[in-house]
Structure formats: structure tokens, C-alpha cells
Design a protein around this ligand. Structure first.
Ligand SMILES: *Cc1c(COP(=O)(O)O)cnc(C)c1O
Length: 391
């Protein structure tokens, strides 16, 4: 795994981005969490336990699969990193396992998490069941109504669903209500789902997802005897992307591309934070955010609920500023086309989130004859129904 730099470990900064902008009560709790994180990454017992579950519970390493028919169609040699084959069907479980093992060590009496579409809620409820720790999932009432199947899954896994009617009764309101609960309950552990929020979460989630990039680098070297020319991932908060990228950031000859949820392609209907947003403090960290003319956060929009977030992790803001990673906006329509193409060409139905990465790769790699790795962050069973509605 890929350990954060000492500077990032200490204060959570990636260049000028990151940090911890929270009220004093939270600051104390998060400083404590940051200390624990510094301890566990040096503790062989912790690392061993994490690897045990990644191997036997999640099913890692995930394959690096040569997509022959996709490659022939595009005119470049494309490998897919198959995070869709993980238990629960996406990369989110890697991070949830790391955090729940920390929670257990810290003696947490309860796990709390927020969820929008329910994907992070299900992954959290899964690991809470695995470790036998009670779990509360905070959700906007409107989201809970729209995501009945995931609500049912979480209940089956033993989680309690706490809905809020505040605001627009969606993700941002769920975060507010979970934070309120967290402040009042010292024994609760807040299990955050992406590489966003205040320090130490972006550094922690980088670490727990770096298993993707570490494996992919070893696998491509074994299969092709060389590094790829380029790598691709989609970015919501940025956790699956930072996971893959972390394995290749030092390899200056590897071009790195990220696909944001472009929605309909306008500022009022997009989730392309790095392409269309500006630097700001949002939800505890200094990073990029979608803002209106009065510098207020705009609601994000993308067909992919996993990309539908007006902020982005601070490490990505820095990677954009330094130019190490190139960020592109992929529209809903482009993602839907890639969703169909990959299903047809490879017999793999990708998550609509991951389809953004596939779409960007198909665009950039066309006729280039390059060697590339695309992160398939999750499987698309959840997206089939919407596709049927559009037929
Ligand atoms: C949640 C999710 C994403 C977006 O989250 P990141 O933190 O940006 O990785 C992408 N793909 C899938 C399948 C997801 O479930």
C-alpha cells in the first residue's frame, strides 16, 4: 500500500489543498482519528488483518483483464482493472474494511455513515455486520424513498436507517444530520465513503484504496513487461481514481486521465467539479467546488448517483493544479453509450459511474495504439433498470 507523505500525514495538505475546517468539537475527534491512522499504517498486525479480509472476504487481488474486443474496436490495447468483481460489486468495500478495522481498534460502540444512492450505505452495513458493530445509516427521506432496494439491503444487513426531512432531504442533509449525531456521540465512528472531507479522511481513503494501483502496477508489469502509456478512472469524490493513480503518480511517462460526471454539460446540470468549479472550503476541506455567482455551492447533477457530488477530494485539486492528472467532463449520453458498448463487446455490464472512465478512454485512445489501464470501479446491475426505462 501507498503511504501518504509525512506532510500529508501531519496536517492533511496536498499542496495548498486539504486541511481540516471544522468546529472545535469535531476538530478534537478528528485529531484523535488522525493519530490513530498514523499508528495503524505502521502496525504489522493491522496491515495483516486488513490483507486477510481483502483476500478472503473481498476476493482480492481483482483481475487485470485484457479487453480484446474493446481494444480492437478502439485501436489501442486496453486492460480493465476489475473492481466490479469485488464482494458487494465495487471498490467501496476496500475503504470500508480499512475503516472498520480502525473502528474496532478504537473501541467504537457504533458505526455511522451517510449515503445518497445507498452504495456507500450498503458497503458500510456489510462491514458492520461482518464485525458485529451496530450501524446507523443517515439518508435524506427523498433518497430513501427513491432507493428502496438499497434501504432493504441495509436493513437485511442489520443497519438502522435514519432519515431526515431537512432541506432537500438528500445527501447534503444526510451529512448534516450524521455530523450532528457524531458530535453528540463520542463512541461513534464516522465511516466516510470517499477521498473527501476534513483531514485525515482523504489521506486514509487514499491509503485504503491504493491497493488498486499497487496491484494494477504489478499486474501490468507481469502481463506486458512494461508500464502503461496511460491510465483512466472516473471521479465522484475521487476514491477509486486516487486508488488506481497512486500506483503510477511517480511514473512520469504514464499519462493519467480522469472522467467527471458531465451531466447535461452545463453549469446548472453537471457534476464536473474540477472542470467547471472553483477552489473553496466545502464540507471541512479546501478543494474545488461547484459554485454559483454568489460563491454558494450548487447542487450537482449526473446520471451516475456515485458521481453526483458538488465537491471533490483535495488531492485531486492538487493533481489538477500541478497538471499531473488531466480532468475531462463526460456527459450522460457519452456514458450511456460506453455502458452499452462494454456490455456488447466484452459481456461486462459496468456501473454507469465506471462507464464515464470507459467513455473517456475510448475517446482519447482512438487509433493511438497505446497500452492503457481503465479502472472498472463497479458492476452495473443497479443501472440496468434505468436503461430499460429509456428503451
Ligand atoms: C461511489 C462510486 C463511484 C464514485 O466514488 P469515488 O469516490 O469517486 O470513487 C464510482 N464508481 C462506483 C461504482 C461507485 O459506487
Amino acid at each position: 500500500m501507498n503511504t501518504p507523505t509525512p506532510e500529508t500525514l501531519e496536517n492533511g495538505y496536498f499542496g495548498q489543498f486539504g486541511g481540516r475546517f471544522v468546529p472545535p468539537v469535531l476538530d478534537v475527534k478528528l485529531a484523535n482519528l488522525a493519530l490513530e491512522f498514523q499508528k495503524v499504517i505502521k502496525d504489522p498486525t493491522f496491515i495483516e488483518e486488513l490483507h486477510y479480509y481483502l483476500k478472503y472476504y473481498v476476493g482480492r487481488p481483482s483481475p487485470l483483464y485484457y479487453a480484446r474486443r474493446l481494444s480492437e474496436t478502439v485501436g489501442s490495447k486496453i486492460y480493465l482493472k476489475r473492481e466490479d468483481l469485488n464482494h458487494t460489486g465495487a471498490h467501496k468495500i476496500n475503504n470500508c474494511l480499512g475503516q472498520i478495522i480502525m473502528a474496532k481498534r478504537m473501541g467504537a460502540k457504533e458505526i455511522i455513515a451517510e449515503t445518497g444512492a445507498g452504495q456507500h450505505g450498503v458497503a458500510t452495513a456489510t462491514v458492520a455486520a461482518l464485525f458485529g458493530i451496530p450501524c446507523k445509516i443517515f439518508m435524506g427521506a427523498r433518497d430513501a424513498e427513491r432507493q428502496k432496494l438499497n434501504v432493504q439491503r441495509m436493513k437485511l444487513l442489520g443497519a438502522e436507517i435514519v432519515t431526515t426531512e431537512e432541506g432537500t432531504a438528500s445527501l447534503k442533509d444526510a451529512v448534516d444530520s450524521a455530523l450532528g449525531y457524531y458530535i453528540q456521540h463520542p463512541d461513534a465512528f464516522y465511516l466516510l465513503g470517499s477521498a473527501v472531507g476534513p483531514h485525515p479522511y482523504p489521506a486514509m481513503i487514499h491509503f485504503f484504496q491504493s491497493v488498486i494501483g499497487t496491484e494494477a502496477r504489478e499486474q501490468i508489469l507481469e502481463l506486458e513487461n512494461r508500464l502503461p502509456d496511460s491510465i483512466f478512472a472516473c471521479v465522484g469524490g475521487g476514491s477509486n481514481a486516487i486508488g488506481l493513480f497512486s500506483g503510477f503518480l511517480e511514473d512520469k511517462d504514464v499519462a493519467i486521465y480522469a472522467a467527471e460526471g458531465g451531466g447535461a454539460g452545463t453549469l446548472s446540470r453537471t457534476a464536473s467539479t474540477l472542470v467547471m468549479g472553483r477552489p473553496a472550503v466545502f464540507q471541512g476541506t479546501y478543494s474545488y467546488c461547484l459554485l454559483d455567482d454568489a460563491d454558494q455551492p450548487l447542487p450537482a447533477y449526473s446520471i451516475a448517483s456515485g458521481l453526483d457530488y458538488p465537491g471533490v477530494g483535495p488531492e485531486h485539486a492538487n493533481l489538477k493544479e500541478t497538471g499531473r492528472v488531466t480532468y475531462h467532463s463526460i456527459t450522460d449520453d457519452e456514458a450511456i453509450q460506453a455502458f452499452k458498448d462494454l456490455s456488447n463487446l466484452e459481456g461486462i455490464i459496468p456501473a454507469i459511474e465506471s462507464s464515464h472512465a470507459v467513455a473517456l478512454a475510448m475517446k482519447i485512445l482512438k487509433g493511438k495504439n497505446e497500452l492503457a489501464v481503465v479502472n472498472l470501479s463497479g458492476r452495473g446491475d443497479k443501472d440496468v433498470e434505468r436503461d430499460m426505462e429509456k428503451e
